[in-house]
Design a protein around this ligand. Structure first.
Ligand code: F6P
Length: 537
């Protein structure tokens, strides 16, 4: 380790060496690098239920050594320890980022936090079990059959992901996130107020989308029940803002806490996961937490060269800072993972889409790449053409499950065959195969770096491991880029502007300071016949 850490990532000696190595790497097609007989074993690591194979990346031993040296020079092990010990790593909001404490005790010095977490978790799991068992009933004594989870961003994406993957609930679970009346109507359609539970999740309890939908749900409910007292049996909330939950009408017994030191996108392990607990039950929820804790332990303790979140972070740096990758795709070869891309988009892009270092200076190197992807094999029939023959440089993660949950064995065999063949062709291309490449329109160049994550079986443990793997990859990237991965000031400006425009949409003589926006406001007013002139603000 260096005595004095570099004040910019690019000032590390290893960064400079990597810059030199990158020039030679780009001159050689990766197919020439990968023919060592033990390459798969050398560059794949098993961690819990996951096999992470990065043998198709554009790396060799000296590159990996320098990448690991970069993590070392960036003081990753010390920064991980500091984060998990509750130091104020979110400096702009003056908070720790202690989501790891939600999975396993955060050390003796944080005993009071550990106790509070344990108490709240037990309360939340008891509530979940009471709904599942039918002990907690609706206001007319009928069993709860439907649940509407209202929340957005970190208060939504993780919960929907986990519920979709692990759903084995007798309840029908719906998610309502958007401020779009069509979504609101769809979420409420056909529900019976006597048998519906609304779970409102918002760390701040001030988020426009969530509050608008929560109020719409309450109006819908009261119009049908005409009974304020019935709210207690049908509305439950999770927030850091007890006063606003109370103002909304949530009874104290139905309020669950989210601490300010848990960022929204890292919060599904807390009471934010109430919908998850209702869906999968307390036992599975505990298994999910244990697997997450095991990945925390791996991140904290495994040597850097064998530390999977660190390796994934270093590969991102290698591909996007040195080899010119313009975006990173995630391909889920398991339909249950269809929400995984959206989840990782928020996780990575909200955490690391920054251009200022922690010390306030500007970043000179790229930070988070654009994350995108989809559910496969559909993508193969849509956007893979560009990946194979387009002009853009990208990197990708392929995620597949070895054992299916269904008995369509042949489907699964084809699904896996497609997964492996896509990563194969992205590496090798088809030179020498496609009609001897005489027809330029058939040539696929390949040479794209990909990682394959193979899950033994997609259960609570595997999903817990997978999510935390990406969480820690993101944190590690922030440590190396020297940015604060735990704030999100960029989304605030848009929220304030939306308030002004909301007002202007209802004013006959709006004078929006921006003439271009003013033109659109005028047109909307004309085309809607001044629909918004009711003075609501
Ligand atoms: O606007 C972005 C954001 O602040 C996310 O960071 C957060 O997960 C989401 O909104 C929802 O916020 P809340 O949980 O406070 O409603």
């Amino acid at each position: 380790m260096t005595d004095k850490p570099a004040s910019r990532p690019e000032e590390n000696a290893s960064w400079k060496r990597l810059s030199r190595l990158a020039k030679t790497v780009t001159q050689t097609h990766n197919r020439e690098r990968v023919n060592e007989s033990d390459r798969f074993d050398k560059y794949s690591i098993r961690v819990g239920p996951l096999l992470v194979d990065f043998s198709k990346q554009r790396i060799d031993r000296s590159i990996v050594d320098d990448l690991v040296a970069l993590a070392q020079e960036s003081r990753v092990p010390e920064l991980v320890a500091a984060q998990m010990a509750g130091e104020v790593v979110n400096t702009t909001e003056n908070r720790p980022a202690l989501h790891t404490a939600l999975r396993g005790p955060a050390g003796k010095e944080l005993a009071s936090i550990n106790q509070a977490i344990e108490l709240e978790r037990n309360r939340m799991l008891q509530y979940a079990e009471a709904v599942r068992s039918g002990e907690r009933k609706g206001f007319t004594g009928r069993r709860i059959t439907h649940l509407v989870h209202i929340g957005v961003g970190g208060s939504h994406l993780g919960c929907e992901l986990v519920c979709n993957v692990l759903n084995r609930s007798a309840l029908e679970i719906r998610f309502l996130a958007n401020i779009d009346g069509t979504a609101t109507n769809k979420a409420l359609k056909g529900l019976n107020p006597e048998t519906t539970l609304f779970v409102i999740v918002s760390k701040t309890f001030t988020t426009l989308e969530t509050l608008a939908n929560a109020h719409a749900a309450r109006c819908w409910f009261l119009e049908r029940t005409c009974d304020d007292g019935a709210i207690a049996s049908h509305f439950v909330a999770v927030s850091n803002n007890a006063a606003e939950m109370t103002k909304f009408g949530i009874s104290p017994a139905n309020q669950f806490t989210l601490w300010d030191w848990v960022g929204g996108r890292f919060s599904l392990w807390s009471s934010v996961g109430l919908t998850i607990a209702i869906t999968i039950g307390a036992n599975e929820f505990r298994k999910f937490l244990s697997a997450a804790e095991a990945m925390d332990q791996h991140f904290r303790e495994a040597p850097l060269a064998e530390n999977v979140p660190v390796i994934l972070a270093l590969l991102t740096i290698w591909n996007s800072n040195f080899l010119g990758s313009q975006s990173h795709a995630i391909f889920g070869y398991d339909t249950r993972l269809k929400n995984f891309v959206e989840f990782v988009q928020q996780l990575e892009m909200e955490s690391n889409g920054k251009s200022a270092h922690v010390d306030g200076s500007s970043c000179n190197v790229h930070t988070a790449p654009i994350i995108w992807g989809g559910e496969e094999t559909q993508g193969q029939h849509a956007f893979h053409q560009l990946l194979h023959q387009g002009t853009r440089a990208f990197s990708a993660d392929f995620i597949a499950t070895a054992n299916p949950e269904h008995n369509h064995t042949d489907h699964h065999r084809w699904l896996l065959a497609n997964c492996l063949s896509q990563s194969q062709i992205m590496l090798y291309g088809n030179a020498g195969q496609a009609s001897n490449s005489t027809n330029v329109h058939e040539v696929i160049h390949g040479d794209h770096p990909t990682t394959t994550i193979l899950i033994d079986e997609l259960n609570s443990e595997a999903l817990g491991s997978l999510i935390v793997l990406y969480e820690h990859k993101v944190a590690c990237l922030g440590m190396i880029w020297q940015i604060n991965s735990f704030d999100q000031w960029g989304v605030e400006a848009g929220k304030h502007l939306a308030q002004e425009i909301y007002r202007d949409l209802g004013l006959p003589d709006s004078e929006n300071t921006d003439g271009l926006t003013e033109g659109l406001i005028r047109t909307i007013r004309e085309r809607t016949n001044n629909l918004f002139d009711d003075g609501t603000i």
